[in-house]
Design a protein around this ligand. Sequence first.
Ligand code: SAH
Length: 350
Amino acid sequence: MKLLSDLTLNEMKGLVESLGEKSFRAEQIYRNVHAGKEIPDMTNISSALKERLIDEGYTALGVRIIEHFRSEIDDTVKFLYSLTDGNVVEGVLMRYKYGNTLCVSTQVGCRMNCAFCASGLNGLKRDLSAGEILAEVIAANVFDGGDLKSRKVTNIVLMGSGEPLDNYDNVVKFLRLVNSEEGLNVSYRNISLSTCGLIDAFDRFLEEDIPVTMTFSLHSAKDEVRSRLMPVNKKYGVDRVIDAAKRYFEKTKRRVVFEYSLIAGENDTEEDAQILIKKLKGFPCIVNAIVLNYVKERGLKGTSRKDAYRFIGLLEKGGLSATVRRSMGTDIEGACGQLRAKYLAENESK
Ligand code: SAH
């Protein structure tokens, strides 16, 4: 299936010209796609051109919201998206004072196999294309009543299923598409890219000049613990991750974030806090702690709230800037990969 959402404006021009149409049509089609219109719904495009596009095998978005769950607690909405090949991915729309943040998936499944994460339970199925990642944003924007001018998705975090830097080209293309002036025009500073620390790909990313907020999933400052929690650590250890974060700060002057999911008895002791302080002291960064969301198949348990605040208190006392992230949508399987895992389990048993 060919997706119009995969095309840059220039590529769209090439397509339109190859069909013998004037190139200004490209921007009209591009805007239609980014506003969430499927080909038959593009009212300012001639039927002849629409038919040509369909004959050429194109569909506009290729991603549909097939189910959604709304949290009664905080109005978080969790989406289950279907792709043209029958695969499903998920996304979460969270409400904040400054706007709405959409958490998007970048792959179907994930091959990083972190010991606490639901996304990697069945390995990597496939990468999402740039247009599919974009279509997650477009569909959520339309779902919430937004359009190109008045956007309902103001912020994006690449923290759904998948490792963004393991799907490098498509993720970089997605960032450019979603930032484009003729499209949703989401500013890079309103986008967070979260990585488990694929440093070689990150070094390439540094050269792209895409100043998003960088978020590194650290979860432990001790190599032995981090390797147990995140197999990727055997290749890129703690010090290389912290060094990469420092280089990002040097280059962009943007504060980086370290994610730290607190797991009872694994990474939440006073010693864990002290080692983290030693490694990060003096570096302008934020430690974003969250109590681990329980994933049945993984078995690891989150730290108690009391111990989480104790841990954060230690970090602050040690001079680090630390926050406990509010856990949102806890009544609707908020953690990444949980909804898809449940959907797969339910549909396999049918
Ligand atoms: N692959 C990327 C982005 C996706 S995961 C990465 O590793 O950063 C987004 C964040 O959620 C990561 O920090 C990840 O470690 C964390 N995470 C995954 N499963 C979790 C769970 N069950 N509870 C809390 N955080 C989790």
